[in-house]
Design a binder for this molecule. Structure first.
Ligand SMILES: [Zn+2]
Length: 478
């Protein structure tokens, strides 16, 4: 049986969850829900979680008089709550401050070490605490890190390095030979350019400079650097080291934002090869969710959309549906008008309206529906074709295209009912039944496909159809 393991990136929990998380978590959840239906729950695994180590978190905790553990507990819980608000059906919520994570990181380290990929070297340079990375002069503006408006500090320490350069050629080959490794393929070139220049990277810090993290194996004076630490969660989530599910390890799919491509697609892939794992099957790079003005959301510009406010206003399914229908691999602005229009036209007017009509007419005309063995052949072929095609879009992470097809199917149903007029008085009962029964099959299929996106409403639609119960599922948003 085919296995499917999907993981999001782990947000760094030093602030409230934002729209970017909403997008990534919802897209991942939609794919996972579809795949569970296709492969069975027991063959799908979905990991999300929180990245909780590092000096940024340590410093912020100290600043507000909390222990780092208390601090990450608060923000991790917020992220968990956030997932429940949007009905994110994860199988595992990974926390890198968990005791069990120490073993994951150290065993991963051991594998790389045994493979000759970890060595010690003196490192000197300018270091920005905000970025948690070394800077060179050309990265700075007026001597300051442009992202943090702070002067970097001079660091000189002996650290452990990971031989990432060793995996350049192998990874380039893997990218070339696996055309679905990077989705969308438009991102492939960017990744290849990064991989071509991959140098060895420092993967530890002196504990006196980074007290909040995982100790380096057999060297407690050093702490594993956040990236090496956090990335290993993807394999820890599926049982490494004690109880690794190899089938999931061999079928790992990852979703991330454009700024994470080099970490998931480059560094992590090198780490996987070093530790003797297969590379990820696909790295899916979603677009950015921009402010309504089409510019990256920022507090200074005042164009930040709060997911919590949106939730209060529209409920989680309207937001999930909007994201599914309008956000793919390109950066796109979040516009409330669009959310409302799409909800009203696709769900209330198109799908919802057809559902109401078919249920109402089947009751009024006293005919049987939901007799799926007796759907007319041509009609069934048409519906099944769309069903399969939409499924292929889901499987290939093209959620927007899937929504488009499902909506077209609902439109086809509305045209069909208009043409066949089952409400007309002189229509033979037999014909009315045929038309409405055909449509009940279409509606069931539409509900089933939409279930990955709007799980609650889609289930209600199926129930209503089955019981021929009159409900208004999608009230128009005014
Ligand atoms: Zn910085």
């Amino acid at each position: 049986m085919e296995k499917f393991y999907l993981t999001t990136t782990l947000p760094y929990v030093n602030a409230e969850p934002h729209m970017g998380h909403t997008l990534e978590f919802i897209q991942a959840d939609i794919i996972v829900r579809y795949m569970r239906k296709k492969l069975g729950n027991e063959n799908v695994f979905f990991n999300v979680g929180a990245d909780e180590n590092g000096s940024k978190i340590y410093n912020k905790a100290i600043e507000i008089n909390k222990t780092p553990q208390d601090f990450v507990d608060i923000y991790s819980n917020k992220l968990k709550e956030f997932c429940s608000y949007f009905n994110i059906s994860y199988d595992n919520f990974y926390r890198t401050s968990n005791e069990s994570h120490i073993k994951v990181v150290q065993e991963f380290w051991k594998r790389s070490l045994n493979n000759g990929d970890i060595y010690k070297k003196k490192y000197e340079g300018l270091y920005c605490v905000g970025c948690e990375s070394f800077k060179i002069e050309k990265d700075l503006v007026n001597g300051k890190c442009p992202d943090h408006d702070k002067e970097p500090i001079f660091y000189s320490e002996e650290n452990y390095f990971f031989k990432l350069s060793k995996y350049r050629e192998k990874l380039l080959k893997y990218i070339d030979n696996n055309k679905s490794f990077i989705i969308p393929s438009a991102k492939e070139l960017e990744l290849k350019n990064f991989v071509k220049d991959m140098d060895d990277i420092s993967i530890s810090r002196l504990k006196i400079n980074l007290p909040w993290g995982v100790d380096v194996l057999n060297d407690p004076s050093q702490v594993v650097y956040v990236w090496f630490d956090a990335l290993s969660n993807y394999i820890g989530a599926i049982g490494f080291p004690d109880d690794l599910n190899y089938e999931y390890a061999d079928n790992m799919y990852q979703i991330c934002g454009p700024d994470n491509l080099r970490f998931q697609g480059g560094i992590w892939q090198g780490m996987l090869m070093s530790a003797g794992f297969k590379n990820s099957k696909s790295i899916v790079v979603h677009g950015m969710i921009l402010g309504p003005d089409g510019v990256k959301m920022s507090k200074t510009l005042g164009n930040v959309v709060s997911p919590f406010e949106q939730l209060d206003k529209y409920g989680y399914e309207a937001i999930r549906f909007y994201i599914a229908s309008s956000f793919g691999f390109m950066d796109s602005p979040y516009k409330e008008d669009d959310l409302v229009n799409i909800y009203n036209s696709l769900l209330a007017d198109n799908f919802g309206n057809l559902l109401n009509r078919v249920i109402h007419l089947s009751n009024a005309k006293e005919v049987n529906i939901n007799d799926f063995d007796n759907v007319e052949d041509n009609f069934k072929i048409k519906v099944d074709e769309v069903f399969i095609d939409a499924g292929v879009h889901f499987e290939n992470f093209r959620i927007m295209e899937a929504v488009k097809l499902i909506n077209e199917l609902a439109t086809f149903g509305n045209v069909y009912i208009q043409e066949n007029k089952p409400w007309e008085k002189d229509k033979a009962k037999e014909d009315v039944q045929k038309v409405l029964n055909n449509l009940s099959y279409l509606l069931y299929s539409v509900s089933d496909l939409y279930e990955a996106i709007i799980p609650e409403s889609a289930k209600k639609a199926k129930e209503a159809l089955k019981n021929r119960e009159k409900i208004i599922l999608f009230k128009k948003i005014i």
